[in-house]
Design a protein around this ligand. Structure first.
Ligand code: AMP
Length: 214
C-alpha cells in the first residue's frame, strides 16, 4: 500500500486488489453508426463477447445507432440487455421494445445514475457528445471517490487517440493526477479490454465519507 498527495488530497493506492468479475457493464456509444463499418463491427463484437462471458449489457435503451447494434447483438445471442432512457427521448431514440428490462426515467441525470448503479464497469465505444459526456461523468465520479469501478475506452480504429492525447496532456500540465490518468483503461481489442477491466486495481479512497454511492 502506498500514499501519495496530489492537489492536497491523500489517496491510498491499494495493491493486490482484483475487481470482482463484472456481471454487467454499461456501454456508452453513438446514437448513430459513424462512417466506418468498423464501428458497427466493434459494437457487435463486444456484444458477442459480453454474452459469451456472461456479462449483461446496460445501455441507453435506444434501437438506433451503435447502441441499437450492441443491444440487438446481445439479445440475439440470448444475453441480458437493460435499457435506461428518459421519457422525453423515448421517440427520438426509438426505444428498443424487446429488452430484458427497460427503465423509464425523468431526467438525463437519473439515467446516468441508474446506469451507474446497475453496472460493475463502464466502456465507451465511438460516439458523440452524449457518449463522451456520460463516460466522463463516470470518470469524474471515480476521481472524487464515488465509485471504484473500471472505466474503459474501446479504441476502435484510433477513434479515441486524440482524447487519450488530451488526457496525457492534462497529466503533463498537472491538471490531471497521474493515478486518475491511469484509471483510463484502453485497448483496440475488446477481449483484451475486458480482461484488463477484470484485473483493474482501483487507486483512490476505498470509501470516502460514505460517498460510495454507485
Ligand atoms: P451521442 O454520442 O451524442 O450520439 O449520444 C449518445 C447517447 O448519449 C444518447 O443516448 C443521448 O441521449 C445521450 N446523451 C446526450 N446528451 C446527454 C447528456 N447531456 N447527458 C446524458 N446523456 C446524454
Amino acid at each position: 500500500m502506498s500514499l501519495c498527495n496530489e492537489k492536497g488530497k491523500w489517496y491510498i493506492a491499494v495493491r493486490g486488489f482484483r475487481s470482482q468479475d463484472m456481471k454487467r457493464i454499461a456501454v456508452y456509444c453513438g446514437s448513430c453508426m459513424g462512417n466506418r463499418a468498423e464501428y458497427r463491427r466493434a459494437a457487435e463484437e463486444l456484444g458477442h463477447l459480453m454474452v459469451s462471458r456472461n456479462i449483461g449489457l446496460v445501455y441507453g435503451g435506444g434501437s438506433i445507432g451503435l447502441m441499437g447494434a450492441i443491444a440487438q447483438t446481445v439479445l440475439d445471442d440470448g444475453g441480458e440487455a437493460i435499457g435506461v432512457i428518459p421519457r422525453f427521448l423515448e421517440n427520438e431514440e426509438i426505444v428498443h421494445r424487446h429488452l430484458t428490462e427497460l427503465h423509464l426515467v425523468d431526467t438525463m441525470h437519473q439515467r446516468k445514475m441508474k446506469m451507474a448503479e446497475l453496472a460493475d464497469g463502464f466502456i465507451a465505444l465511438p460516439g458523440g457528445f452524449g457518449t463522451l459526456e456520460e463516460w466522463f461523468e463516470m470518470l469524474t465520479w471515480a476521481q472524487i471517490g464515488h465509485h471504484r469501478k473500471p472505466i474503459a475506452l474501446l479504441n476502435v480504429s484510433g477513434y479515441f487517440d486524440p482524447l487519450l492525447e488530451m488526457i496525457r496532456r492534462g497529466c503533463e500540465e498537472c491538471f490531471i493526477p497521474s493515478e486518475c490518468h491511469d484509471m483510463v483503461i484502453h485497448d483496440s481489442d475488446p477481449s483484451r479490454l475486458l480482461d484488463r477491466m477484470n484485473s483493474f486495481r482501483p487507486v483512490g479512497p476505498e470509501k470516502r465519507n460514505g460517498l460510495e454511492k454507485v
